[in-house]
Design a protein around this ligand. Sequence first.
Ligand code: ATP
Ligand code: MG
Length: 579
Amino acid sequence: MKEQNGDDKVTDERVNFIQQQIIDDLKAGKNGGLIHTRFPPEPNGYLHIGHAKSICLNFGLAKTFAGICNLRFDDTNPSREEVEYVDSIKEDVKWLGFDWGAENEFFASDYFVKLHDYAVQLIDMGKAYVCDLSPSETRDYRGTLQTVGRNSPFRERSVAENIDLFRRMRNGEFTDGSRVLRAKIDMSSGNMNMRDPVIYRIAKVAHHRTADAWCIYPMYDFAHGLSDAIEGITHSICTLEFEDHRPLYDWFIEQLQTPCRPRQIEFARLNLSYTVMSKRKLMQLVDEKLVSGWDDPRLPTLSGLRRRGFTPESIRNFCDRIGVAKRNSMVDVALLEHAVREDLNQKAARYMAVLNPLKVVIENYPEGEIEQLDAVNNPEDESMGKRKIPFAREIYIERDDFMEDAPKKFYRLTEGREVRLRYAYFIRCERIEKDKNGEITTIYCTYDPASRGGSSPDGRKVKATLHWVAIATAATAEVRLYDRLFSEPNPAAAKDGDLFTRKINPDSLTVLEDCWIEPALADVAAGRAVQFERLGYFIVDSKDSTAENPVFNRTVTLRDNWAKKAGKQPFKNRRSDRK
Ligand code: ATP
Ligand code: MG
């Protein structure tokens, strides 16, 4: 979807239902032609890729329709909220590439006085009352989907009594849970949310912004819609589970005659295969130390994805591709991996690194000599230039690239076989040496000096090109290979949702400590993505890497290994398919 043009038409044909809604509202002249959205996180955990979908949607709409998008923290539940989360959310939204501007940063807690006044107004109108039922009695009176609820015995309290009790609730005269303020709507409503919902509760808990100023806090449904109204939000976009809350959202706004009347629109939340996305489950993984923290590179959190090497562009492209729908579905995580591959293919410089080293001695190469060979940094992008790679008599290749008594289809190195060393020479394996356990320790080869640069001197063909590093000049590194955190596509499936931690993939992290990298890689800065030729995309770990012990995280393999295993077609480049 492109920028809006003069006559309120959008230039691209791919308009989703929310954009269509907005176009219609603009045509009808609603809200004075203004579009104002918000991204409203609760600061009770770190943001995940699902939030990214909401961020891209809300900020994207503001951009497309020349409007504004607020960042508003819905911080009405102090017992679960922390400043750490507020800070991480800001960092993540910025990293993703969205700038809300200082003037558009808000906190629901800034409205505690206004919200309190709104509650008092409802009491004055006879539309809210203080209820003394215990939580279990409240549940009991509420009824079920099949049976209507019953009116609370406190429902007909006088306005004066309600005003007095609510004031005393606020003054801290009652214990937590002993009383609540409820909206007086309809205990027989078919919509459970309309059965006199609680709008204020007592919680003698300090708030991370208002400290001890309050001991009563507004409930989410009450605070959320009214905060939207206070901010002048025109389109309040939320996920489908709030569809049933919309009548309540509208009820508060109608009763209170707020100056602005935001409209709630729901869309399907993002679910991603082989992971979990609810903050409660993510927090459980962190608390039980099943992952190293909120930024563990295996988590779908934005901080985890960043540390893993995902780029903001790849995440935005992914969000763009999955689109916005009205029906819940599960998106294949392979699509996210595809998006980052596609981006890094353009951006990442290629280097050589050997993860499982096997020593090769090239017997006819002069001892002690080191020559500098030319290598291209990115064949996809000439402007990324060239570099030199040192070559010498002793090198490491990948252990997997050699096989004794290889079957016919194995094209890499075996005794008597010739292969190409990337950017270097053709080498032929002459013999091997083993230790007393029968493990291969060294491969002895000869090279053809006429094949310098890796080109065939006489048209003879080799079927494989191997990556390598020269031992004398290589540096060591630790490499962390990540795989999907869960071994099942839907680990949080309803039946045994709480047992999801048992479905963790035991191979989700493999740490390789004896890896060798070409010298140029030792200078790669944290945060810069690189490709290890033939192996995948990697990034220096932002936390654990040091000059003495560089640590690289594998972002993603070069190809979709899972699709291969499952016999599925990997994702094609859908962008170019579309053209
Ligand atoms: P969780 O269910 O993971 O705890 P949440 O909905 O409680 O998430 P909020 O902080 O309230 O988290 O979310 C902020 C915004 O992000 C809300 O508008 C919410 O609808 C949206 N959001 C949360 N999860 C997803 C998701 N998986 N896909 C799309 N939007 C999401
Ligand atoms: Mg929520």
